[in-house]
Structure formats: structure tokens, C-alpha cells
Design a protein around this ligand. Structure first.
Ligand SMILES: Nc1nc2c(ncn2[C@@H]2O[C@H](COP(=O)(O)OP(=O)(O)OP(=O)(O)O)[C@@H](O)[C@H]2O)c(=O)[nH]1
Ligand SMILES: [Mg+2]
Length: 688
């Protein structure tokens, strides 16, 4: 593959709700430009983009693939992202490094929840975009209906068809190109005159298009108003301004698997989207100051790491987007985030899994490098003398947690290594050791996301893992003042043990723990106080009701006794422990549970069901709002009741509902629930 200068590059992400046809369209683009000589199929598991075993098994994309397409003396780095919501992190990082996006919409289903989510990310990142209505060859395909649905995405922009479908369903055979005013059958390489039955519709649609194009360009507007004929290139140029300013969104039609409409889409990528050089500057940190960088070979080196993969056979692959400057093979670069020098081997372009060696990457280009040891996703490579760090996108928070258990003793030894490797690859996957429950917790976007991670651990790293619902990190506290006395005495042969402790416990409002001595007249030497406190703390760790930590208690030692010979620290520790247990039992101990704040977005039609379901989860609805035909509910609910809400909400709403969740505070567990919980926990204990 030859090198392309910045102006000749395009970075375009294919984004959509799951299954809208991105991978199939990418495959058609490769095929119709001669990059591959056989068109792979999703259902046969031989597409260029979905090459991972898990992708083939599931017949869906799980991670972003790069499909470089050489077309009209340009190179378009098409980034094929996964559409399924569990893998949205991959789509987010891809979109972050692109100057344009093609948002695919299924001609039958119309706009789906994933379409809306990706639209919102385009808005957030300010990425120019177009809409492609796909699978136009399907039974029930309907361009008009899909377009109406697309218009519901936003009232602030105008969606303008730049093509009309030539036929529909089985009769879909090409597109009517409204720039060129020609009919283009199949992949669109050949052109012919517009069939009579579509001529009027095409004329009408073209007028709308020209008006939009003219609006972005004064000279064009003048020409148009004076009734002059505008050329296809003039219109495209004017329209390009409108696309860059994100006021007009062009709408296309295609059928990826049938290869229909492929070439006009590639033309649009070249003509309508900015090259990296034309895109607005990005910001980077340089010596504590924010600077702007533009994609120029002559600029300072800044190569942003947007993705990393680890594979026992291929090793580590670091995916780079050169933001500025030129990155050369076999050079030294500086990683400011790690404060490390990295030696680069041979840079590569990737096409699916095919590695193509590259001497250098020009500003704006995308490529990979193998075997970088320190560099991680989100880092920036630069010159040491001009250290730069570029910004990263904000990823959605992971809401689905599992406790991970090793299958065997050998797996136990490798668990933290493999979880770290997997999380390094994926910014939406994380793991930690939860001290309050003593479990290893893996967090991701949903059950499928976790399932894929567990399978990878097994297939790639030979570490067998089981998962279960995490234990809820309950806590205990007291509700009133309680007091106790405890005498510890032990006489066994030689020297004995003696300690007596009188104690009072009180609930605390804000503080976790206080420990004071109110002992007068030296009835307990002050030297024994730390031992008593140690005994108290040992009980606080494990609680008295249910094995969960106690918090918000003040402990006062009020009185006691010691013995000149038999008293010692260990005796006071024991007495402190036992006195504390007694005092807490006197002080109305209760269990506390974590309460989370949920913000749930669902189609209005599902509102009733979702509210009804929340009622069964001890939730308290805080408010309800509506936005673009969707209801937004905020509610407080006990974590214990919503640990699997990701899955449950999806099934209640046919995948259209989503939510965010944040820990809000701890609250008393209602008495009837406490009884059940203590019984259940005792049962677990027996099983362990
Ligand atoms: N009839 C028809 N089927 C299509 C078309 N494009 C894709 N499909 C089928 O739709 C399914 C999903 O296609 P993909 O190309 O995997 O869609 P995707 O958007 O990459 O899916 P994810 O990566 O999972 O988000 C496959 O079974 C394809 O064969 C099309 O133009 N027409
Ligand atoms: Mg795909």
C-alpha cells in the first residue's frame, strides 16, 4: 500500500445500532475497489472485518477493525465498529479518531436505540456525518418510512436525501444520484439516464439539495438565484460546507450484501468529508499548557493511541492515529503519560487482520505498531523534546458487575494478570478486589461483554473463570446508645490473663469511627487503650449481625479493672472485643444497604411497565421527564435489587431502554428484608 499525504486521507467510522450492515458494507467497499477479490459474508464467517473467533461464532462485530480503501487516489480508513451496545466503547474510541461518520440505519427497522446513542456521540464529538439507509433490498424495505424515522433523531439539523433508491425490496437495483442527476445501477460504476417514472421525484429532491448547497456558499447562491445551471461538482462543493458545518445531513441508500450503491458512498467520503488537514484543530497538553494541533507533517509529532489488543500469538498491537507530524518505523518516541522512551519497530497498516508494513505514517493516518511494552490506550507518542499529550474521550460507565472465581488452583494464580490484560485492551472493562466482600469484581457494559471477556481469558490466555452475581457490600451500624461490661479472666498454669472493660457505644452522624477513654483514676492504664481499640476494630471489620463491617460508631471506654500481674495487652484486646459485641447488641444494630441513583431512558410506550417493575424493586421514583419521545425516570433503588438491571431493562424494552447508575448513599435495610438476608447469609456460610 502506498503512502498518502494528509489531504488524500479520510478517516470515517461506520456506526449504527447492531446489525445494520456496517461490516457487510465495508466488505463491499473493499471488494468493489479491488482490495479483495472475493466478497466475504457474515453468515459464512469470512468477512475481512469480523475475523476474531468470537466474532465469527456470534456473527457480529465485537471490536473495531480498520479497512483502508484506496479510491480515486485517496485512502479512506474505514473503521468498522461494533453496533451492539455492550461494545459501545469500541465505537466511541473509533469515532474519536475520525473526521467523519456514516450512520447506518436499517431500512426496515428505522432508527433504533443504538442509532440514537451513536448520533449523540457524533454531536458530543462534533463529527460531521451522513446517514445511509441500508439493506434496501430487504422485504419490507421502505426508504420514505426510514427517512421519516431518521428525522426524529434531531430537530436542529436538516436531513437531505442526496440519492433516491432505484427500486425497493427485491427490485432494488441501484441509486439515483442527485448530484450528477444520473441513475447508477449495482455498485454504481456505470451511469445511465434517470428512468421516467423517477424523473419528477428526482427533480424535486434535487431542488432541495441545491438550495441546501447554495445556502453554504454565497457565489453559488447568486448563481442559483439567477437561474444558472450548477454543475455536479459545484453542488457537491457547496454541499460539503453544509456537511462540515453539521447543519445538513446527507442521506444515502444502499444494500451492502448485494453491493448496491457502494461506489457513490466512497465518492461521498472523498468529496463531502474533511481530510484530517481540513478538520478543526485538536487540543493537547504541552508543558502544562493547552495547545492546538493540526494534522500537518511539519507539525510536532503527536500520535494518539486509541486502541490496544493483546494476543498470545500476535502479541500486543498498539493502534495509532497520527494527530500531527510524521511517525517513522524504527524510530524512538517519547510517551509522556508513562514517562518512558519507546523504540518502534516496523509500522503497519492493518486491513482486518492483514498486516501491511509501512515506512511511515503521515499526519492524519491510522496504523499499528507491534510489541510496545509500556504504552497503553489513551497515551500519546511524541518527541521527548516536545512532549505532548492529547485528550481522550469519556467512556460510558460500566454498570454490569460479576464476581469472578478461578476454575482451578492454577487459574487462581493467573486471575489478576489476565483480568489486567483484558481491561487494558478495553476502557469499558475494569476489575478490582472488593475488600468488603472479599471478591474479585469484573465490571463491563452487559452480560455479553462479560461473556466475551471470560471466553477470551479461556481461549487466548488459558485461564478458566466462573462468574456469579456479586455479593452486596452491606454494612452495619447502631441506632441508639448501648453499654456493656466484660471481664476476661483466664487461669491456666503459670501466669493468667485478666482484663475488665466497661464500654458505651453511640451512633455517629458523619464520622466512621471514634474511640475515646473516659476512665478516671487510672483504673485502666492508658497503655492498654490501643489493645482495647484493636479488639473493637476486629469486630468492626466483621460486624455482629451478618458478617459485614460496622460503621458510624463512637466507642467510649468508661471504666474497668486491671490486675498487677495478670493484665496484659492481649487480655485487654479480648475484653475490648467481647465488650464491643455486647454493647452493639444493646444499641439497636441494623444493616445498611447501598442505594443507587438510576437514570433510566425508555420509549414512552414502555414507561408504564418500567414504573411498575421499579415498584417491585423497593425503588423510589424521584422524577420523570420526557425528551424526543422517550421518558427519563430518575429513581433511588437498593443495589441488591438492580444488580442485573442491564439485562432486565433490555428485555422489558426490546433493547431500547438504557440507564446510568451511581452509588448514592447507604440506608437502613427494612426489618422484614433484614430477617431474610440474615437467614440467607447464614445459609451461604454453611455452604462455604
Ligand atoms: N438483505 C440484506 N441483508 C444484509 C445487508 N447488509 C447486511 N445484511 C445482513 O445483516 C446481518 C448483519 O450484517 P452486518 O454486516 O454484520 O451488520 P453490522 O452492522 O456489521 O453488525 P454489528 O457489527 O453486529 O453491529 C448479516 O446477516 C448480513 O448478512 C443488506 O444490504 N441486505
Ligand atoms: Mg459488524
Amino acid at each position: 500500500m502506498k503512502e498518502y499525504a494528509t489531504e488524500k486521507l479520510r478517516n470515517i467510522a461506520l456506526i449504527s445500532h447492531g446489525g445494520a450492515g456496517k461490516t457487510s458494507l465495508g466488505e463491499a467497499m473493499l471488494f468493489h475497489t479491488g482490495a479483495i477479490n472475493r466478497m466475504g459474508k457474515i453468515d459464512e464467517g469470512n468477512s475481512t472485518s469480523d475475523f476474531e473467533d468470537e466474532e465469527i461464532r456470534r456473527k457480529q462485530s465485537l471490536s473495531t477493525s480498520i479497512l483502508p480503501i484506496e479510491f480515486q487516489d485517496h485512502k479512506i480508513n474505514v473503521l468498522d465498529t461494533p453496533g451492539f451496545m455492550d461494545f459501545v466503547g469500541e465505537a466511541v474510541s473509533a469515532l474519536w479518531v475520525c473526521e467523519g461518520a456514516m450512520l447506518l440505519v436499517d431500512s426496515v427497522a428505522g432508527v433504533e436505540v443504538g442509532t440514537e446513542v451513536m448520533w449523540d456521540y457524533c454531536e458530543e464529538f462534533g463529527v460531521p456525518r451522513c446517514v445511509v439507509i441500508t439493506k434496501m433490498d430487504r422485504d419490507n424495505a421502505n426508504f420514505r418510512r426510514a427517512l421519516t424515522s431518521v428525522r426524529s433523531l434531531s430537530g436542529d439539523v436538516t436531513f437531505i436525501p442526496v440519492q433516491l433508491p432505484w427500486g425497493e425490496k427485491q427490485a432494488f437495483k441501484g441509486v439515483i444520484d442527485l448530484f450528477k442527476m444520473v441513475a447508477r445501477s449495482q455498485d454504481g460504476k456505470s451511469e445511465e439516464s434517470i428512468p421516467d417514472d423517477l424523473a419528477d421525484a428526482a427533480e424535486e429532491a434535487r431542488t432541495v439539495l441545491i438550495e441546501a448547497a447554495a445556502e453554504g456558499d454565497d457565489t453559488l447562491l447568486e448563481k442559483y438565484l439567477e437561474g444558472e445551471e450548477l454543475s455536479a461538482d459545484e453542488i457537491a462543493l457547496g454541499f460539503r460546507q453544509a456537511v462540515w458545518s453539521k447543519t445538513f445531513i446527507p442521506v444515502f441508500a444502499s444494500a451492502g450484501t448485494a453491493g448496491i450503491g457502494t461506489i457513490p458512498l466512497l465518492e461521498a467520503m472523498v468529496q463531502l468529508f474533511p481530510s484530517p488537514a481540513d478538520a478543526p484543530p485538536r487540543t493537547a497538553q504541552s508543558k502544562g499548557e493547552e495547545i492546538e494541533i493540526t494534522a500537518r507533517d511539519s507539525g510536532p509529532l503527536a500520535a494518539y493511541v486509541w486502541k490496544t489488543t493483546a494476543d498470545p500469538f500476535v502479541g500486543r498491537l498498539t493502534y495509532l492515529r497520527v494527530l500531527s507530524g510524521v511517525l517513522s518505523s524504527d524510530s524512538h518516541v517519547w510517551n509522556q503519560s508513562r514517562r518512558e522512551d519507546e523504540r518502534l519497530g516496523t509500522l503497519q497498516f492493518l486491513r482486518g487482520k492483514v498486516q501491511i508494513p509501512a515506512k511511515k505514517l503521515h499526519a492524519g493516518d491510522i496504523g499499528v505498531i507491534a510489541k510496545l511494552s509500556e504504552t497503553q490506550t489513551g497515551d500519546t507518542l511524541s518527541e521527548k523534546t516536545n512532549a505532548l499529550t492529547a485528550g481522550s474521550p469519556t467512556f460510558p460507565t460500566a454498570l454490569y458487575s460479576v464476581a469472578v472465581l478461578p476454575k482451578t488452583q492454577a487459574d487462581a494464580a493467573k486471575i489478576s494478570i489476565v483480568l489486567s490484560k483484558l481491561s487494558e485492551e478495553d476502557p469499558t472493562l475494569s476489575w478490582h478486589q472488593e475488600p468488603s466482600t472479599n471478591q474479585t469484581i469484573l465490571q463491563g457494559m452487559g452480560d455479553q461483554h462479560i461473556d466475551v471477556a471470560i471466553r477470551k481469558a479461556e481461549a487466548k490466555f488459558q485461564v478458566g473463570l466462573d462468574t456469579e452475581v456479586p455479593r452486596v457490600p452491606y454494612r452495619e451500624t447502631i441506632t441508639k446508645v448501648g453499654s456493656s461490661q466484660y471481664r476476661h479472666r483466664k487461669q491456666s498454669g503459670g501466669s493468667g490473663q485478666f482484663a475488665e472493660v466497661h464500654m458505651r457505644v453511640e451512633p455517629l452522624e458523619d464520622n466512621e469511627f471514634e474511640f475515646v477513654s473516659e476512665v478516671f483514676g487510672g483504673r485502666i492504664s492508658s497503655g492498654y487503650m490501643p489493645a482495647i481499640e484493636k479488639g473493637v476494630k476486629a469486630v468492626m471489620k466483621d460486624g455482629v449481625l451478618s458478617g459485614h463491617p460496622i460503621e458510624r460508631v463512637k466507642v467510649a471506654i468508661t471504666d474497668g479493672k486491671e490486675h498487677p500481674v495478670d493484665s496484659k495487652a492481649i487480655a485487654f484486646e479480648t475484653a475490648g472485643r467481647e465488650a464491643f459485641k455486647l454493647a452493639v447488641r444493646e444499641a439497636g444494630p441494623v444493616m445498611l444497604e447501598p442505594i443507587v441513583e438510576l437514570r433510566i431512558t425508555v420509549p414512552e410506550a414502555n414507561m408504564g411497565d418500567v414504573m411498575g417493575d421499579l415498584n417491585t424493586r423497593r425503588a423510589r421514583v424521584q422524577g420523570a421527564d420526557s425528551d424526543r419521545g422517550r421518558s427519563i425516570i430518575t429513581a433511588h433503588a437498593p443495589l441488591a435489587e438492580v444488580q442485573r438491571y442491564t439485562t432486565e431493562l433490555r428485555s422489558m424494552t426490546g433493547g431500547r431502554g438504557f440507564f446510568t447508575m451511581e452509588l448514592s448513599h447507604y440506608e437502613k435495610v427494612p426489618p422484614h428484608v433484614t430477617q431474610e438476608l440474615i437467614a440467607a447469609l447464614a445459609h451461604d456460610e454453611d455452604e462455604d
